[in-house]
Ligand binder design. Structure first.
Ligand code: NDP
Length: 306
């Protein structure tokens, strides 16, 4: 062995045998399975539990340990990640095992409303565990990808302590001590995602009614939705400043345009639920006197609620 290789060996051995924090993952849907896979790949010992035990089989084959019960899964490790459908599922699982919560750090990466997240955080901390909430912004295929990120919120100290371990999943983006903040950021993202995707399905329905395939409008769709970045950059600071000065984006012009869209959909015989809702909002903006303002003035209407 050369001197240089011999000198490098102890450091290499230390790096490869460094002890990673063991972690428990409860909930093995597509997301929980991807998380367990990422932890295993990073060299963590992983204890798992799932209501339907068969979902653990491929993970056990890769080295995860299946706990016999929720209590055993909680007892196995200080750090416990939950990946469940929602907070109702968390309560269904943890309430019968609540005596095993004290001293744990529960990281709930299940989606729900900010209010349910805050109530869940109170419930867990009242039982002696620390609680962090997370909103995962990537599909399971993005887990383990450092370019993806997850919003976290809750007390800073356990977040800082466990950040390195949690970043075996997507990168961690800490939002603050209020446990509801990660769910809020997640829902803000979902608001944009679902409505944008609905607009795409609506466009495809119209194309189909006119004999076009979705693929036929692909470049147009990419250009139209991809081009929204310019509107976003232009709008945000103006909206914060309450500046809705109209120019080529006047609400009156926009209202004529969305009415054309609605009539085009009706003529094509496709569903008009979405364009009708859009027209309703634009007309209410007109009735409120915003016709000469930018269509961003609709945000003032939305802030007030129906
Ligand atoms: P699933 O709904 O497919 O999986 C949910 C898990 O929760 C399963 O392990 C299921 O157990 C368990 N579960 C549900 N209800 C109960 C209950 N009452 N008691 C015990 N266990 C229960 O979700 P995903 O894995 O897709 O996602 C997990 C979380 O991540 C969700 O909150 C989701 O919104 C969020 N997320 C998901 C994304 C995705 O693309 N999938 C993207 C971003 C966030 P069982 O196997 O027995 O049914």
């Amino acid at each position: 062995m050369s001197a240089s290789v011999a000198a490098a060996s102890p450091a290499t051995a230390t790096a490869t045998t460094a002890v990673r924090q063991p972690v428990t993952v409860i909930g093995l849907g597509p997301m929980g399975q991807a998380m367990v896979g990422a932890f295993l790949e990073q060299g963590h010992q992983v204890t798992v539990w799932n209501r339907t035990p068969s979902r653990a089989e491929p993970l056990v084959a890769r080295g995860a340990v299946l706990a016999e019960s929720v209590e055993a899964a909680l007892g196995a490790n200080e750090l416990v990640v939950l990946s469940l459908t929602d907070y109702e599922a968390m309560h269904a699982l943890l309430e019968p095992a609540s005596h095993a919560l004290a001293g744990r750090v529960i990281v709930n990466l299940s989606s729900d409303t900010p209010e349910k997240t805050r109530a869940g955080a109170r419930w867990v901390t009242e039982r002696g565990a620390a609680f962090l909430a997370g909103g995962v912004t990537t599909p399971p295929s993005g887990i383990g990808n450092p370019e993806s990120y997850t919003f976290y919120s809750g007390p800073r100290e356990p977040f800082d302590t466990h950040r390195d371990t949690l970043e075996a999943l997507p990168r961690a983006d800490y939002q603050g001590e209020d446990p509801g903040l990660s769910a809020l950021m997640y829902q803000i993202g979902m608001t944009m995602f679902w409505t944008s995707m609905l607009s795409l399905w609506q466009a495809i329905a119209l194309a189909d009614a006119n004999g076009l395939k979705a693929a036929d409008i692909l470049p147009h769709a990419n250009e139209t939705l991809g081009g929204l970045g310019g509107f976003i950059d232009f709008s945000m600071h103006r909206v914060d400043a309450g500046n809705h000065e109209g120019d080529v984006d006047r609400l009156a012009m926009g209202t004529a345009s969305v009415e054309h869209v609605l009539h085009t959909m009706a003529d094509a015989g496709v569903d008009t639920t979405l364009p009708a809702a859009v027209v309703d909002l634009f007309r209410r903006g007109m009735e409120a006197g915003h016709e000469a303002d930018s269509f961003s003035s609709l945000v003032e209407l939305m802030k007030k609620g129906a």
